[in-house]
Ligand binder design. Structure first.
Ligand code: GLC
Length: 535
């Protein structure tokens, strides 16, 4: 088959947009975003041009970890609405030709989930083995040295039954025992429940955590640990995560999805790329998109990023479709990591790389991390390690819709404070400004979706030094594009070895470039990024 004849499915051609429901749009004045709020903003998303909406968890939850501690997998938290609201959301999303992806959190439940309440009620309860219960060491100490991602040991003592249970995250988030077939079946049924409701896929939370070493060996210490890092990083989690048997579980999940048409399985996985790509599964029967977080984690350096792109392209298994992520609800926003000007360069990068891009809400208007005063911190990761600046609240602040009260997010008191400058930085204002970040995103998205080379074409590396990253996107029979990105604030030169690189700048981080004819030598200003339609 030639490239042109290759068929692509919606999630290969499309763009994913992550919504953190608490912070997107409130419709009832309680200061917390909800499903009706999301419904009210679907026209905005449609005009933005994205393909699929991924919602962070909306299920009943005591909210110890803001919804990632689920107490009922088949309901909707009243804060967000009802199952009827959800059904309406599904059909309104579909009516606009878009897709809906849910967060699935199978690794752990809330400690208030009926399964756990049963499990902890007695040692011989039928659900005892649904979680990871262990005796203490002879001296009463925890079973091994494993640490919780959110600080402290990963084992919690249960007085009633005299054993410890394992929790990779908060003690309010006990880990399920995925070696137990009943647990597997219960969670696969949860998937079927939502798929039957028309959901187009799942983003599976902490996929690489789901199976742990059977003999609970101690994790080794991390020789590169630095005091500013989370306490969890003191050890290398080689026995508590990424165990070979996890791939059988992913295969089972995929099998459920394959019983439906074109549903998408995304895995949240923080691993080095060689381990990451194993999650595509044998014969591609694993996750469709193991999330690729390299752009979130690498230093903002052209050479390092170019190398990482090539390594990723090089290691992808046959048929494995790439993907790229610039931000999510757990990480500092790109605008705060690389600065306002570079955030435009980053957008150009994200939307011209080969593979499905994921946009985190607010990136399209250049939202930055909002400083949250000490006494307003809500994120458990921030609260548990207060001197490490690890709170995720700054990247979770309400969407800035307009200059109205509370940025048009709520009529009430927002659950988390808004950016100080929201009256200047908001959707309404940027919508009317051709040069705004929002207009830039919209044009980039439209071009990507309209040009086959950008949407599904090949990636051809051209050049990279410490400042500039250059590549071509091409697809037989279609216009080719050269992308030049200056990842530094200083001017720099690009000199093509290939004389045929002539063309016209179509989109640029600074609009003055647009329409300019360029040849084989191009001098870029600091923070310049240009996309050239090649002759
Ligand atoms: C994932 C989520 C994060 C959550 C954690 C525990 O990493 O993205 O927000 O705290 O899992 O569920």
């Amino acid at each position: 088959m030639t490239q042109r004849e290759t068929k692509h499915v919606w999630w290969q051609e499309g763009i994913i947009y992550q919504i953190y429901p608490r912070s997107y749009q409130d419709s009832n004045g309680d200061g917390i975003g909800d499903l009706q709020g999301v419904i009210n903003r679907l026209d905005y998303l449609q005009k933005l041009g994205i393909t699929a909406v991924w919602l962070s968890p909306i299920y009943p939850s005591p909210m110890a970890d803001f919804g990632y501690d689920i107490s009922d997998y088949q309901g909707i938290h009243p804060l967000f609405g009802s199952l009827a609201d959800f059904d309406q959301l599904v059909s309104e999303v579909h009516n606009r030709g878009m897709k809906l992806i849910l967060d699935l959190v199978p690794n752990h439940t809330s400690d208030q989930h009926p399964w756990f309440l049963e499990s902890r009620s007695s040692r011989d309860n039928p659900k005892r083995d649904w979680y990871l219960w262990e005796d203490g060491l002879p001296d009463g100490d925890v079973p091994n040295n494993w640490l919780s991602v959110f600080g402290g040991p990963a084992w919690e003592w249960d007085e009633t039954t005299g054993q410890y249970y394992y929790h990779a995250f908060l003690k309010e988030q006990p880990d399920l025992n995925w070696r137990n077939p009943e647990v597997q079946e219960a969670m696969l049924n949860v998937m079927r429940f939502w798929l039957d409701k028309g959901v187009d896929g799942f983003r599976v939370d902490v996929m690489w955590h789901m199976i742990k070493d059977k003999s609970l060996r101690d994790n080794p210490s991390n020789p590169n640990y630095q005091p500013h890092m989370a306490t969890y990083d003191q050890l290398l989690p080689v026995y508590s995560t990424d165990q070979p048997e996890v791939h059988d579980i992913v295969l089972q999940m995929r099998h459920v999805l394959d019983g439906y048409d074109e549903r998408l399985l995304i895995g949240e996985i923080y691993l080095p790329i060689h381990q990451l790509v194993a999650y595509y599964g044998i014969d591609g029967k694993g996750a469709h998109l193991p999330f690729n977080f390299q752009l979130l984690l690498l230093p903002w350096d052209a050479r390092q990023i170019a190398t990482a792109i090539d390594q990723y392209e090089g290691v992808l298994p046959a048929g494995g479709w790439p993907n790229w992520v610039l931000g999510n609800h757990d990480q500092p926003r790109i605008g705060s990591r690389v600065g306002k000007e570079q955030a435009r360069v980053a957008a150009l990068l994200l939307l011209t790389l080969r593979g499905t891009p994921t946009i985190y809400y607010g990136e399209e208007i250049g939202m930055r991390d909002v400083p949250i005063p000490f006494d307003e911190v809500q994120d458990p990761q921030g609260l548990n390690m207060p001197d490490k600046n690890l709170s995720r609240d700054p990247a979770r602040t309400p969407m800035q819709w307009s200059k109205d009260k509370h940025a048009g997010f709520t009529e009430g008191k927002p659950w988390l404070r808004l950016a100080r400058d929201f009256s200047r930085e908001n959707v309404a204002r940027q919508q009317d400004d051709t040069y705004s970040m929002l207009s830039f995103y919209k044009r980039l998205i439209a071009l990507r979706q309209q040009e086959p080379a950008l949407m599904v074409g090949n990636y051809v590396p051209v050049y990279a030094d410490t400042q500039i990253l250059a590549y071509i996107r091409q697809l037989e029979g279609h216009p080719r594009f050269l992308i030049l990105l200056n990842l530094s604030h200083r001017p720099g030169y690009f000199k093509a070895k290939d004389r045929s690189l002539l063309g016209v700048v179509e989109i640029a981080t600074s609009p003055e470039w647009e329409g300019t004819e360029v040849n084989d030598t191009i001098s870029l200003g600091g923070d310049d990024g240009i996309l050239v339609r090649l002759n």
